[in-house]
Design a protein around this ligand. Structure first.
Ligand code: ZN
Length: 171
């Protein structure tokens, strides 16, 4: 993902305010005041926005630690559609099994949202239906899943040892 930004903005005060301005604590005066303030843990990244043929590049705050989205390679129709996503943790169940438990979770942040997703949240994918939870709800889900996993293990450990099937015979 690109992390280097054009430096021409310093010499081009006519550029749009969204243009990135290199910033460091050693900057002084009006330049420092004009520099975008990026929260700790976030960085400014380019994002492509607009309908095909009318796309522009804007710069948005993106979580440094977890967002894996390529906001340039995956354009969105409008700035409020920009969504930040983390690497999913995936539960792989047999594909012929109808699932109604979370099969993937990942961090998500949709700044344009008007609900809990307006802040970084946990996206929980159940049968491809994705629900999002803030910290308290996400921790409650983690507790439920941990308890469920403990039950799975407790039951599994009561099973008799596997007999080797044809596909499991060591060669
Ligand atoms: Zn992002």
């Amino acid at each position: 993902m690109a992390t280097a930004y054009p430096t021409g903005a310093l010499a081009r005060p006519d550029l749009h305010l969204d243009a990135p301005v290199p910033y460091s604590v050693t900057d002084a005066g009006a330049r420092a005041l004009a520099a975008p303030r990026v929260k700790p843990g976030y960085r400014l990244v380019p994002a492509r926005v607009g309908r095909p043929g009318e796309q522009v590049t804007v710069h948005v705050e993106c979580p440094t630690d977890w967002c894996i989205a390529d906001h340039v390679a995956e354009p969105v129709g409008a700035a409020e559609d920009i969504n930040h996503q983390g690497t999913p943790a995936v539960l792989n169940l047999a594909s012929d099994q109808t699932v109604s438990v979370p099969t993937a979770v990942y961090l998500s942040w949709w700044p344009g949202s008007h609900d809990v997703a307006a802040q970084p949240c946990l996206a929980v994918d159940v049968d491809r239906e994705v629900a999002v939870y803030g910290r308290t709800g996400a921790l409650a889900i983690a507790d439920q899943i941990a308890a469920f996993a403990a039950d799975v293990r407790r039951l599994a450990e009561t099973l008799p040892g596997d007999e080797l099937g044809p596909s499991e015979v060591a060669s």
